[in-house]
Design a protein around this ligand. Structure first.
Ligand code: 4AZ
Length: 259
């Protein structure tokens, strides 16, 4: 129910920006990019990229297929939800198409320590009602610390808004962003935890995940290294996007994959 309220708030926010502000004659500075500052991606290139939708088909988060019947997403995407309220859409690049498959969810696991994204443990694993015939993405483990080096180019993917408070994308979008150092992210955010999180973004901003991209993948070295989690606005200079550090939670995630 908390997540339903979040969703309603986001939908009302989008309505205000899309309808009311133009009627009021207000001009809104809009980054005109994709994700923010990205481009369209083919689902065939990233077949493990999925989205979470309501039973009426509204896309509200992203996710990653990590086993034929398991999806990694953010805890803040599934908090308070019953499995019966969640659909996983795979193999569909265009939200307005009927391509791919819509799976039901039989179980939602949320990290036991999860309270709020800015505290950490923002990770959830969904069990699907069937095995999907799409390629899966391996998750980063404690052996993959090299993938987290500052400056590493990482890929973001999602159907979220193309500007802060803007409208969501009809199509899957992608971009690459450099991982920041822990020092850089600590300077930006008092809440940053170098064990629970990793940050990515250009010093000058311009490219980032945004509302609705949450739960989706941050990929480097052919592995899931992060889960889109939070940030101050989107694509702002000095405020990188914050992602769940997957390697910290890999044992628990693997336990869920094998459960
Ligand atoms: C969100 O609200 C959200 N710029 C996702 C990612 C970021 C900020 C907000 C990072 O889902």
């Amino acid at each position: 129910m908390a997540e339903t309220l979040h969703r309603l708030r986001r939908m009302v926010g989008a309505l205000v920006v899309a309808v009311l502000l133009p009627l009021m004659g207000a001009s809104v500075a809009m980054a005109d990019g994709q994700i923010v500052g990205g481009t369209r991606a083919s689902i065939s290139t990233y077949p493990w990229t999925v989205y979470l939708a309501t039973t009426s088909g509204f896309q509200y988060c992203g996710g990653t297929l990590v086993a034929p019947n398991k999806v990694v997403t953010a805890a803040h995407c599934t908090e308070g939800d019953s499995p019966s309220a969640v659909r996983v859409v795979a193999g569909r690049e265009d939200k307005q198409s009927s391509a791919g498959v819509v799976a039901n969810v039989t179980k939602i696991w949320i990290h036991p320590n999860y309270v709020d994204a800015t505290i950490g443990s923002d990770v959830s694993v969904l069990t699907l009602d069937r095995n999907l015939s799409y390629a899966t993405l391996p998750i980063a483990t404690s052996a993959d610390s090299a993938l987290y080096a500052a400056g590493t180019s990482a890929r973001i993917l999602g159907w979220g808004t193309t500007s802060s408070g803007g409208s969501a994308s009809r199509y899957l979008l992608t971009a690459t962003v450099p991982l920041t150092s822990n020092a850089t992210c600590s300077s930006a955010y008092d809440e940053y935890s170098s064990t629970a999180m990793v940050c990515a973004g250009y010093t000058q901003g311009g490219t980032d995940t945004c509302q609705g991209d949450s739960g989706g993948p941050l990929v480097a070295g052919g592995k899931l290294i992060g889960i889109t989690s939070w940030g101050n606005g989107c694509a702002l200079a000095g405020y990188p996007g914050v992602y769940t550090r997957v390697s910290t939670y890999s044992s628990l995630i693997t336990q869920q994959i094998n459960s």
